[in-house]
Write a protein that binds this ligand. Structure first.
Ligand code: TMP
Length: 246
């Protein structure tokens, strides 16, 4: 087992640890789940297992199409070796169908197709409760430059295209998702964080059943059954063999 060092940062569902190589970190996916600005919390057996493997697979899919990501390899379930990034405090949300806060905040119809997809940027800041930003605010706060925002939008569009296609083949509709980006040592913009049922809306293509954290947010039943379904559709036997998982 590779060397995992001291805890650098503990988030709501993941921990980040130092690694023997100072340019890398180990991200641990915990079993914790939270919603509503951290107000609703629980711990669900196997959640860290499923999310770490689903996220690994989706990052590998993106890497195969030349998207630069933080992902290096799955060390073992729940533990991903990642490039160290300086994170940009933006939650970049991409939406294909109207759901969630878009319906609470604006007069969209539920399930309305958004053509072209909407890209929204929220400020990742607990103190200010993650408010929606616009380009002028982002630039004035010196979070990113205009050029960096253009690049982040272009990468997000490409990711939406790649993931929508991959998941469609697995009978899953990618309704919306949230990305986080950071900068590597050379100043390149790199995709970080995770892509999992915690950070996306997935609907079953046939039944339109929810297969993501909305089940927990709304208290609508067994969340892990949904995560297990996504896992079974997204991760195959060859992936498990490659990762040395029985
Ligand atoms: P929203 O409709 O609640 O704004 O969420 C849009 C998408 O972003 C949805 O797929 C869930 C994801 N998301 C996160 O991953 N973290 C967050 O803190 C929020 C608010 C949303």
């Amino acid at each position: 087992m590779d060397k995992i060092g001291n805890l650098i940062y503990a988030g709501k569902a993941k921990d980040v640890y130092e690694y023997e190589d100072n340019n890398k970190v180990v991200v641990k996916f915990r079993d914790d789940i939270s919603a509503g600005d951290g107000e609703k919390k629980d711990s669900l057996v196997k959640k860290g297992y499923y999310n770490s493997l689903i996220s690994s697979k989706l990052f590998e899919v993106l890497e195969e199409s030349s998207i630069k990501t933080q992902y290096l390899k799955l060390l073992k379930p729940q533990y991903i070796l990642s490039k160290k990034l300086k994170m940009i405090p933006l939650e970049v949300i991409s939406r294909n169908l109207a759901a969630g806060s878009l319906l609470r905040n604006f007069p969209f119809q539920e399930k309305q197709k958004l053509e072209p997809p909407i890209i929204q940027m929220d400020y990742k800041n607990d103190k200010y409760h993650d408010p929606m930003l616009n380009d002028d605010i982002i630039i004035a706060l010196k979070i990113s430059t205009k050029e960096e925002l253009n690049e982040i939008r272009a990468i997000t569009k490409k990711i939406n295209h790649l993931l929508s296609k991959f998941l469609d083949e697995k009978e899953i509709i990618l309704v919306d998702f949230k990305l986080e980006f950071g900068k590597d040592q050379d100043g390149n913009i790199v995709l970080g964080d995770e892509i999992s049922p915690d950070t996306c809306r997935y609907w079953d293509k046939e039944t339109l059943d929810t297969l993501d954290k909305d089940i927990f947010r709304k208290g609508q039943g067994n969340v892990m059954n949904a995560y297990e379904k996504v896992f079974n559709r997204v991760v195959d036997e060859d992936d498990l063999k490659k990762w040395n998982i029985d």
